[in-house]
Write a new protein. Structure first.
Length: 243
């Protein structure tokens, strides 16, 4: 049986219920909430056969252990785990496919924000290394605001071996780095796999060696670099023009 977790926030709960990709045990709502959207959420849960509990706000505070819950907590199975082969098989047209790989993103908030941008801009799969990487904790899922239900998140043992496998499937591999080719000058080819490194170290050298092209976002404001999740969103937007 999959692990059970508590997740917080209206968007997260709404997307989990709408997507129907995982089993939901209950929806807990603060009695102090009068937001019509939350009342609609309770109706959606009941339609899906999910138990709805209205509780004293202090109960939610205790369950959330300090996390920002917006008056809503959902108890559900952890996101289903899929592998690279499953994700490849789920693609309708590889010529219209963009994936992302995260190389050393350890902040769960950054991970969640990247997944959210991926869902908004047509990136269908996000690949994470099993080690030295943030994972889909409740914090990451809250930051993703429900986007975990719209994107395949795959954990792999070896990111570099995965890159080689995707190249064999026809993917063009692009790495994001400060010293790369300016983004406006890059003519992306699909299917594309965009690699995003950590804010401190950037891409690991071995990972970078697998890239067909290294891409940089031109900056004009004097700030040293963009936050990793913001940089990812910029590149995802450029790639979305190809979809």
């Amino acid at each position: 049986m999959s692990a059970i977790e508590l997740l917080y926030g209206v968007n997260t709960a709404e997307e989990i219920l709408k997507a129907g990709r995982r089993r939901v045990l209950r929806l807990v709502i603060s009695r102090a909430e009068s937001n019509p959207r939350i009342k609609a959420l309770a109706g959606l849960a009941r339609t899906n056969g999910v138990t709805v509990e209205f509780c004293d706000p202090r109960v939610l505070e205790k369950l959330a252990a300090g996390a920002h819950h917006q008056g809503v907590i959902i108890e559900a199975e952890a996101p289903r785990k899929v592998d690279v082969d499953w994700a490849l098989g789920a693609e309708k047209d590889l010529k219209k496919t963009v994936w992302a790989g995260l190389d050393g993103i350890t902040d769960p908030m950054n991970l969640g924000a990247i997944i959210r941008s991926a869902a908004c801009l047509g990136v269908s799969t996000v690949i994470l290394p099993e080690r030295r990487s943030a994972t889909l904790t409740p914090t990451a899922q809250k930051a993703a605001a429900g986007a975990v239900e719209r994107v395949n998140v795959v954990e792999v043992v070896n990111l570099n071996q995965t890159i080689i496998k995707l190249k064999e499937k026809g993917f063009w591999v692009y790495g994001l780095a400060m010293d790369g080719k300016p983004l406006p000058q890059v003519d992306f080819t699909l299917p594309a796999f965009i690699l995003i490194g950590s804010e401190g170290e950037g891409l690991h050298q071995k990972t970078r060696e697998h890239c067909d092209e290294v891409v940089a976002i031109p900056q004009k404001g004097g700030v040293e670099s963009l936050n990793a999740s913001n940089a990812a969103a910029v590149v995802f937007y450029e790639l979305s023009k190809k979809l």
